[in-house]
Design a protein around this ligand. Structure first.
Ligand code: FAD
Length: 457
């Protein structure tokens, strides 16, 4: 039976914009993490800011919990409605509000998918760079802003936050507020836009987004190298970054990732660690950067990897997470996406293999490492208590190790549910400031509750 408040909320909704069908509710109960889902009581597909404002005002009055959702591809339980209540699915809010070509800016609704946006921009010679590695064809721009997502091109162009100029948000009281402006640089007041980026739906619901754009590069070259050892591959990347080479994308995959990819897609790749690179610019600048890269790779005993049928390395990279997920039946992924200063990359990768050996677990390391982000995916059998506990312990050790090296719990996936316990260690007293800010935007804690902060329901 429906809760009385939820029934009253339904009475004020557009009848075409909600469902209480069990299958629909189950479809939004989980994200792409391996955490258990929670079924909400009501799923709403709003289409305008005013509609959302009315819903939030009702929820504020009646203390109904709300979880906002884009495509549900988050990896840390960020979009799981842990407290039940309602899910606001914004995937139908897909309008391009205005393209301002001369300013290299676009204003859009949040439900547009990353790839859809760039397909729209291509004929104008423009693009929005921070392409998330394996979810670019599903993740919404609203979800990317809310997690401050990054991707393969972020080593050159930066993450999502670097592109957001202005937002329309609905706060936890239902107030509609415009924050930011259309200026590429401004010194006017607090950077509220920066605060909302990466706030995981805990401060406000984002209903309009103005983004800066970049011009598409005139030329590009994609290239791959195979290394004899993981340590050599990551050391080569560290050196490329240290020397400030103009690299547009550099991705590292360890030998276990390559093995998982071969298993899923029969690529027939030699099972050694690889790096995939993309250079962009004039032909001369690409050639000049490439000669430095070749020298560095030679120093680390790499050989160029010729991909069969001219295969696009980014297509291979795209399947990495899925290939690991499907590798071992009955095994589950325990993951992290630590961030750190680039000089710590090889120490961290080494630590992961030492721990994998100690706990006898299969670990995969890969990611946008040029940016100082490493994804560590451990496979463990949930039904084998020792295996499962060891995997949890190993994951915690890696995250704490990264924090101790001046790193961060999350480079791009956000905190969600699974990483809350590391917030105090990473942020200390700054966590109290964050909790205070949450109260200003969402006084009754109805927006995506029980996320980011430990000990807060
Ligand atoms: C295979 C795979 C590969 C991935 N690769 C990358 C990668 O390379 N880089 C990367 O950064 N991430 C990656 N991710 C994680 C994920 O795709 C990103 O976090 C993405 O930005 C989430 O978008 P979404 O639309 O799915 O958001 P959701 O999962 O629906 O939501 C994510 C968070 O944002 C909040 N939210 C969503 N929309 C709004 C809104 N309009 N207003 C307020 N809050 C909102 C939700 O409440 C939730 O907390 C990957 C995921 C998968 C499954």
């Amino acid at each position: 039976m429906l809760d009385k408040n939820i029934s009253q909320l339904i009475d004020i909704l557009n009848p075409d914009h909600f469902t209480i069908n069990k299958t629909d509710l189950i479809s939004v109960s989980h994200d792409e993490s391996s955490l258990d889902g929670v079924i909400p009581e009501l799923l709403i597909y709003p289409e305008t800011s005013q509609e959302i404002s009315n819903i939030i005002k009702f929820c504020y009055k009646n203390e109904i919990k709300i979880t906002t959702r884009g495509a549900g591809t988050s990896l840390e339980g960020n979009s799981i409605p842990v407290k039940g209540g309602i899910v606001l699915d914004l995937s139908k809010m897909k309008q391009i509000i205005e393209l301002r070509e001369n300013d290299l800016q676009i204003s859009i609704q949040p439900g547009i998918i990353y790839k859809e946006l760039n397909d729209f921009l291509k004929p104008y010679g423009l693009f929005f760079p921070p392409s998330p590695g394996g979810s670019s064809d599903i993740a919404t721009i609203g979800g990317m802003v809310s997690t401050n997502a990054s991707g393969i091109y972020s080593v050159k162009y930066g993450g999502t936050r670097d592109y957001v100029l202005k937002l329309k948000i609905i706060t936890g009281t239902g107030e509609v507020i415009d924050i930011g402006n259309h200026c590429v640089k401004s010194s006017s007041g607090y950077h509220l836009v920066g605060l909302l980026c990466g706030s995981e739906g805990t401060l406000g619901i984002i209903t309009e987004i103005t983004l800066k754009l970049k011009g598409l590069p005139e030329n590009y070259k994609k290239i791959a190298y195979s290394f004899p050892e993981e340590n050599k591959a990551v050391s080569a990347i560290t050196e490329m970054i240290k020397y400030g080479l103009d690299i547009s994308a550099v991705e590292y995959l360890d030998r276990h990732c390559i093995s998982a990819l071969n298993n899923l897609k029969s690529y027939g790749l030699e099972e050694n660690p690889v790096i995939f690179l993309e250079l962009q610019g004039s032909e001369e600048s690409i050639e000049s950067t490439l000669s430095y890269i070749n020298t560095i790779c030679n120093d680390y005993n790499a050989k160029e990897l010729i991909l069969k049928n001219n295969q696009n390395p980014w297509e291979i990279r795209h399947h990495t997470t899925t290939s690991i997920k499907l590798l071992k039946k009955d095994h589950t992924i325990i993951r992290n996406d630590i961030a750190f200063p680039i000089s710590k990359l090889s120490i961290l990768v080494e630590k992961c293999y030492d721990l994998a050996k100690e706990y006898n677990l299969l670990v995969h390391t890969f990611g946008h490492v040029g940016l100082g982000i490493l994804h560590v995916l451990i496979l463990a059998d949930k039904n084998n208590k020792t295996d499962w506990n060891n995997a949890q312990k190993m994951n915690e050790t890696i995250i704490e190790y990264a924090i101790n090296l001046n790193g961060s719990t999350s480079g791009e996936h956000g905190i969600g549910i699974s990483l809350k316990k590391f917030m105090e260690k990473e942020h200390g007293k700054a966590l109290d400031l964050m909790i205070g800010i949450k109260k200003v935007f969402d006084p009754k804690n109805i927006l995506n509750p029980d996320k980011i902060f430990p000990n807060q329901n």
